[in-house]
Design a protein around this ligand. Structure first.
Ligand SMILES: *Cc1c(COP(=O)(O)O)cnc(C)c1O
Length: 475
């Protein structure tokens, strides 16, 4: 199309004022706030402009007649009125999926939320003395009880935990760290960058694959403040590798009177090797081995709310509590409450595994996933084979959240093979379902991992698949 022709078409677009005066939009304004209607109008006009720009031939032009435009505005108002943050169904098989909100809170944790969220609480009020108290006491004792640490504090997330710990211990001083542990966690959180922000000076030692205790010892100077060990979380080096174990690092720290910090990343309280998975170092292990400071996330393998837990020696934790950053990084009462309730479930490991969804999904047996898969298939019933075809197949789930990157947990999956509907189109349809279903697209097949689909969601997924098989849309 010629440029002049396009300019003509742009002029056919109704103006905002014209739309606002139209009877249908005036009808919308009776029930919908003006700002929302305006947002929808601007959005639709913008979309139409972009469409016209892209068009090559006249017959591809969008319908610019008033009823068609108003209809789109109406649809957009509906979309904009819906909350942005909402439930989705995780059918990816990645249990701690950072993009999907990581850990689900246990029912036992959610139920009492009504009370704490809607009522005053003793968040910073000491009921014994009637004076101002500390918000951290509510989780400190149970953290000490569960891990054996001397002291504890909780901040907004583990990135904040690492930041405030480094800022407290090593500002303007040197921190020794192995080159094999300069991790990028994701979302561009990189250990060297965090260290720079904290004002600590990083001193790298060793090589990517090998670092020895002698490397650490040779690097210690008068300005050294900390020996740092970081869990490599989301990757593993294999082959010709060597890492210094925590107890050796602690011994070296003692010799030079230097604290040792371990950023555990995920951090778990349970020895998963008892449940057929790889052995991950537990938080208790690190405490027992004598790390002076330990940091980990609340919402990775621990299965609680987003927060960063710092355990360690009394003296260092006190200094962290007094750091001005603590105020900026402090957790709110809902987080503290959710953490308190999650931690209390850990008093009984069996209960924790049954009730904390993250642990339950990690430990759930293959047989039990198979049963849920069968149930799903039965609920779906017969499907129209021209749209899609269904079968159950074996595959693997992952822990996610940068934990156990190589662990493959055997699982059962619903495999949707495209018929009349293409695989990417099926994925899109599942995304537009309410609630959206997030599946895996692999080798032109759509896979739904049953392990991360919750019991109460099976029915919803079945309905969505039935709808897929019945849709008349073509793609
Ligand atoms: C995940 C992770 C972090 C960051 O934790 P968040 O809770 O996401 O802030 C820091 N260090 C390591 C080693 C991690 O795995």
């Amino acid at each position: 199309m010629k440029k002049d022709d396009k300019n003509m078409i742009f002029r056919q677009l109704p103006s905002v004022d014209y739309l606002l005066e139209s009877s249908v939009i005036r009808g919308f304004l009776l029930t919908t706030p003006r700002a929302l209607v305006l947002r929808a109008i601007h959005y639709v006009l913008d979309e139409l402009r972009q469409k016209i720009n892209r068009v090559q031939r006249e017959d591809e032009l969008p319908d610019l007649a008033l009823p068609a435009v108003v209809d789109q505005i109406n649809k957009q108002i509906t979309i904009l009125s819906q909350p942005s943050l909402k439930q989705v169904i995780n059918a990816t098989g990645v249990i701690v999926h950072t993009n999907l909100g990581r850990s689900l809170l246990a029912k036992k944790v959610i139920t009492p939320f009504n009370t704490v969220a809607g009522c005053y609480s003793n968040l910073e009020y000491d009921l014994k003395t009637g004076k101002r108290g500390s918000r951290y006491v509510h989780v400190e004792d149970i953290l000490i009880e569960l891990t054996g640490a001397e002291s504890a504090i909780v901040v907004n997330n583990n990135a904040a935990a690492v930041l405030i710990a480094l800022d407290t211990i090593a500002k303007d001083k040197e921190v020794i760290i192995s080159r094999g542990q300069l991790v990028e966690i994701g979302g561009s959180f990189r250990i060297p960058e965090v260290m720079r922000k904290s004002g600590a000076r990083m001193f790298e030692i060793g090589t990517t694959n090998k670092t020895t205790i002698d490397d650490y010892e040779a690097a210690i100077v008068s300005n050294t403040a900390l020996l740092l060990k970081v869990h490599t979380s989301n990757f593993q080096t294999v082959g010709f590798t060597e890492e210094v174990p925590l107890n050796a690092l602690v011994a070296l720290g003692k010799k030079y009177n230097l604290p040792v910090m371990e950023d555990l990343g995920s951090g778990c309280f349970i020895d998963f090797s008892l449940y057929g998975l790889t052995k991950e170092p537990t938080v208790q292990d690190s405490v027992a081995k004598g790390a002076d400071i330990i940091t980990f996330s609340g919402d990775k393998m621990l299965g609680g709310p987003q927060c960063g837990i710092i355990l360690g020696k009394e003296k260092i934790i006190s200094a962290i509590k007094e750091n001005q950053l603590a105020r900026a990084l402090r957790v709110d009462k809902l987080t503290l409450f959710a953490l308190q309730e999650t931690l209390s479930l850990y008093r009984d490991e069996k209960k924790a595994i049954q009730q904390i969804p993250t642990l339950r999904m990690i430990c759930q047996s293959y047989q039990s996933v198979c049963r849920r898969a069968k149930k799903l298939l039965n609920m779906i019933g017969r499907v129209d084979n021209t749209n899609i075809s269904l079968r159950l197949c074996d595959g693997f789930s992952r822990v996610g959240g940068g934990a156990m990157p190589l662990e493959e947990i055997r699982s059962r999956l619903l495999c949707i093979s495209p018929g009349r509907l293409s695989a990417p189109y099926i994925v899109n349809l599942l995304h537009s379902y309410n609630p959206p279903i997030i599946a895996r697209l692999e080798k032109d097949q759509v896979l739904l991992d049953i392990r991360t689909i919750q019991e109460k969601e099976v029915k919803i997924v079945a309905e969505a698949i039935k709808l897929l098989s019945a849709t008349n849309a073509i793609s």
